[in-house]
Design a protein around this ligand. Sequence first.
Ligand SMILES: Nc1nc2c(c(=O)[nH]1)N[C@H]1C(S)=C(S)[C@@H](COP(=O)(O)OP(=O)(O)OC[C@H]3O[C@@H](n4cnc5c(=O)[nH]c(N)nc54)[C@H](O)[C@@H]3O)O[C@H]1N2
Ligand SMILES: Nc1nc2c(c(=O)[nH]1)N[C@H]1C(S)=C(S)[C@@H](COP(=O)(O)OP(=O)(O)OC[C@H]3O[C@@H](n4cnc5c(=O)[nH]c(N)nc54)[C@H](O)[C@@H]3O)O[C@H]1N2
Ligand SMILES: [Mo]
Length: 771
Amino acid sequence: MSERKSIQPYHHPAGGWGALKAVGAHLIEQGIPVKGAATLGCMNQPEGFDCPGCAWPDPKHTSSFEFCENGAKAVAWEATAKRCTPEFFADHTVTELSAWSDYDLEMVGRLTHPMAYDGAADRYLPVSWSKAFSIIARHLNALPDPNMAEFYTSGRTSNEAAFLYQLFVREYGTNNFPDCSNMCHEATSVGLPQSIGVGKGTVVLEDFDKTDCIFIFGQNPGTNSPRMMTDLRNASRRGASIISFNPFRERALERFQAPQSPIEMTTLSATQISSRLYQVRIGGDVAVIKGIMKILVEEDDAARAQGGQAVLDWTFIRDHTDGLDALVSDLKATQWPEIERCSGLGRADIEYAASVYKKAERAIIVYGMGITQHRRGAQAVQQLANLALLRGHIGREGAGICPVRGHSNVQGDRTVGITEVPSQDFLDRLELRFGFKPPRGHGHNVVTALEAMICGDVKVFVAMGGNFAAAIPDWQLTQAALRSLDLTVHISTKLNRSHLIHGRDALILPCLGRTEVDIQAAGPQSITVEDSMSMVHASAGRNQPASDHLLSEPAIVAGMARATLGGRSVVDWDGFVADYDRIRDAIEDVLPIFQDFNARIRVPGGFHLVPTARERVWATASGKANFLVFDGLGEDPNDDHPETLWLSTIRSHDQYNTTVYSLSDRYRGVYGQRDIVFLNQLEMHRRALKDGDRVDLVTASVDGIERRVRNFLVVGYSFPNGCCAAYYPETNPLVPLYAHDPLSFTPSSKGIPVRLERSSATVAGDLSAKE
Ligand SMILES: Nc1nc2c(c(=O)[nH]1)N[C@H]1C(S)=C(S)[C@@H](COP(=O)(O)OP(=O)(O)OC[C@H]3O[C@@H](n4cnc5c(=O)[nH]c(N)nc54)[C@H](O)[C@@H]3O)O[C@H]1N2
Ligand SMILES: Nc1nc2c(c(=O)[nH]1)N[C@H]1C(S)=C(S)[C@@H](COP(=O)(O)OP(=O)(O)OC[C@H]3O[C@@H](n4cnc5c(=O)[nH]c(N)nc54)[C@H](O)[C@@H]3O)O[C@H]1N2
Ligand SMILES: [Mo]
């Protein structure tokens, strides 16, 4: 949908009629007739399919269809009537397609045939499945070392496909599993186990019905997990306090009109969501959390000195934790002027937040990319865990820590073995069950895979879903590395940038989507997914496949494995593909937490993989939960370099990661354009900029490489001092590969130091192009 370019402040609540209207327009654009919209009714129903949108869990007793604007868009995007056929590829060279926008590429529609790149014609030509698999086998078997291949996964992949994929790759001989979560919640997977012994959240949906307060750090539920709005709205209406920390005044964190509520819809009323929304500086969250903890600790001292009621939960701290003394010394040494300077908030605001937190018997701490995508993301996550532990809020009903995962099965993929650092126990069980020797050494994550590609140590790249070339940082370096590979393979549903940034040989392998029926030898199959709260349930599509030539993801993995490993393989690939129950039996054999897997997913709603910390069992080295100290307060506000701003790369309301549904961002009042940079009036004034000026954004790099994006429109906005924001993925060229968390390797895509330069050169370029 190309709306006219404009900036018009949005004054309505989030949700409401605007959301319904947006879905209607989207269905029309995807060529889906109104009766086709019935597909939406099967979404997140016991007999239906899991929404490919986000990982927010479904209420247990879903009886009616829960409307979700962005879930509906994700489904319509997959169920589109448009097709990307061999005829389309015959009409366009890859060079020509490279000039198309991401939006236009995906709008071509669903991929229908396996395609292989032909260098002479500079085109993708149709190829048979068996030929495609033999090309993969030839390349993989030619490598002197299996570690010269990378096997990426994006988080829509089902548990069954992911388990087979890791089985194939480990039997082939490598642990190179770069994964989308390396750019997402890896800070959680690495940070939380050190704190509480498990890298997952500790709450379930029912906790939202019981909690007294919810703190939301750096997460935008109205856009990225809209079904969460129902839970936030219910909590707010019950009187629970919601306090948000976000540099943007995200509309859904302020006010929400529930499309589910006839009263709010007909009276145009809305529910207030956050009682307070604090516009924290980018990278200023650790300062806020430390400020709140400092108040709790000091008030606890004072209360106990006067014989009053303790603020901290001492019974819990004594029985269950280690390391409080070091944390307390660190907090006492941290001074308020520094906390205020780094957080960008006043002491009174942090005191108010602490007073709400202190009063709550049960508190939930929610967080997203605003916490994880920072240079010290894993440690920032640990500070949130500290906050929860101080008041014994882990393993208590209505309380806990709640990382909101991204892709609908990103958590499940990791559970069933997509990891570059598998535990020895997992590998032992894999060896025992299948009888081959899996590789024991650590493999590559996204950052180390890219570094190896840049050094020329990698020759083959296989992607199970996703849009790697667009999602990764530092395009100038990393996309050049992708182009230097011998073979790139993409298992995809739609045409995207990664198909155009390809190796010498390249394959596009089209697969079934979540909404489609998957029929194998034993009949129609279902797959399973694990949501953000560790609930595992089945999903079965209803739609006819977009083309007769599609294979399921498990069948594609099996095809690659049979061709590559041939008689060497000890795995019954055909048996697994014929009946996915057998894959689930194998998962259960290797991972005992999936006990009675097949029986339990046949119960509507599925089952819960209870994270140990919820039961107050701490799978840490000491057997206790750990308070961990963060040295310092996070990213410095750059007072010594006032020309530098911290840039956060953000999602619009109308995109799904690299998939851009439209060029608008309704809740932020942006229409028809994405090449914009948000900053506040003071920072504009300091740079003698006004609304509508055009600037280049240039990274303050430390390696001498220029990283620049050109000609962005300046938009004055309510935003913290010293900060700016612009959309992902267009700004990925600005994120240096070296700027990642040293613990989790998560790229710092929410905190990049940049300067703005007036872009006169580009305007001159535009004029000469017109002549
Ligand atoms: N419709 C839709 N749904 C999605 C996705 C999508 O793109 N579109 N993506 C999916 C995926 S993979 C993921 S990981 C999730 C992402 O969901 P979120 O975690 O919500 O991710 P973002 O929108 O990138 O950023 C979240 C918020 O962080 C704020 N922020 C930026 N920097 C900071 C900071 O330094 N501190 C604080 N406190 N806040 C900050 C931004 O203003 C934004 O509101 O959503 C999933 N669901
Ligand atoms: N600067 C910056 N960079 C970021 C982020 C950021 O906030 N800022 N966010 C990061 C995050 S959180 C993430 S998760 C990554 C996302 O990185 P990815 O997961 O790699 O990217 P997506 O855009 O989600 O992938 C979209 C593609 O997936 C394919 N696809 C869709 N459904 C299916 C399916 O069912 N099966 C298969 N096989 N393919 C399918 C389609 O071809 C589509 O084009 O990006 C990261 N990069
Ligand atoms: Mo993500």
